[in-house]
Design a protein around this ligand. Structure first.
Ligand SMILES: [Zn+2]
Ligand SMILES: [Zn+2]
Length: 290
């Protein structure tokens, strides 16, 4: 039915991200399941369920992992920029709740589920102060989810003024170009942080943005010890995070203008124009429909 263009697709096209060719790009898709007629979303990866990592709850790091939209094209379509896609065994397929626009549902299996994974590892959010570093779709979603989960304050940091203005519509209580007070939970989505954020005692820094090579960041081991801090890396998500993402979008998420983040849609035949527009104008998302 539809597929939104992710930042990772643009990284691949620009050569910043290694990918096999030829391949069918696109993973943030929603579609109609041919056999049942259900409108469904699915996990961006298929996992075997049997390897050591799968059994240890790290399905997203399955030793036989398959990622939609990032795989070599070898026959059956495996990317979202296609009229049809063949889903493999080991894929989490969930029916989409009624009344959610395609613009909202497409990124559910990418940004929304990843942020759900970030909140899962961060621990309880209610009453905590939260920092969100980077106000792209991950950061805006995190601000909205943290706000909906009862965070006492949500600080968003992003150098882009337009993105900061958007943050206010997604639950941020403050948005700054840089700097933030000490917080209980910090989420790193920019990939560009040059220092650890200031954390309160018991604080956690959850990193998910650096999916490309970045310079190292210094940590203060004594401060980490005395502060009882944690650092957590999150890459992709577990199957249950996709369910949490849909429940959020179908519940508290309806308060936030997610649909407005993908204001333009293109036909699949215009995909090159759409990708050029996405790279040049840098909207949060561009939608493509067959
Ligand atoms: Zn994506
Ligand atoms: Zn596995």
């Amino acid at each position: 039915m539809a597929c939104t263009v992710c930042g990772s697709d643009l990284h691949t096209l620009a050569g910043r991200r290694a990918a096999p060719a030829p391949s069918i790009l696109g993973h943030e898709a929603v579609g109609i399941e041919v056999a049942t007629g259900r409108r469904v979303t699915w996990s961006i990866m298929a996992c075997c369920g049997e390897c050591d990592r799968c059994r240890r709850g790290m399905e997203q790091k399955c030793e036989r992992l398959f990622k939609y939209g990032h795989a070599a094209h070898t026959g059956a379509p495996s990317g979202g920029l296609s009229e049809l896609i063949v889903l493999r065994p080991g894929t989490t397929v969930l029916e989409v709740p009624e009344g959610l626009a395609d613009e909202v549902v497409c990124p559910a299996n990418c940004a929304t589920a990843t942020v759900a994974a970030c909140l899962r590892v961060a621990g309880p959010v209610r009453g905590r102060t939260v920092l969100v570093q980077g106000a792209g779709l991950l950061g805006l979603t995190a601000a909205a989810m943290a706000s909906a989960a009862g965070a006492a304050a949500v600080h968003v940091v992003d150098p882009d003024g337009e993105r900061r203005a958007l943050a206010g519509q997604f639950g941020a209580t403050a948005a700054e170009a840089e700097g933030a007070p000490a917080v209980d939970i910090a989420f790193e989505f920019s990939g560009r942080s040059t220092a650890m954020p200031a954390l309160r005692v018991g604080g956690v820094w959850v990193l998910a943005g650096a999916v490309f090579s970045v310079p190292p960041v210094a940590i203060d081991p004594e401060a980490m010890v005395r502060g009882l801090w944690r650092m957590e890396g999150v890459h992709n998500y577990r199957p249950e995070d996709l369910g949490a993402a849909l429940r959020f979008l179908d519940g508290a998420g309806r308060r936030f203008p997610f649909a407005a983040l993908a204001p333009r849609s293109f036909a699949l035949a215009e995909v090159n124009e759409a990708l050029e527009y996405a790279a040049a104008a840098r909207p949060v998302r561009v939608m493509i429909r067959p």
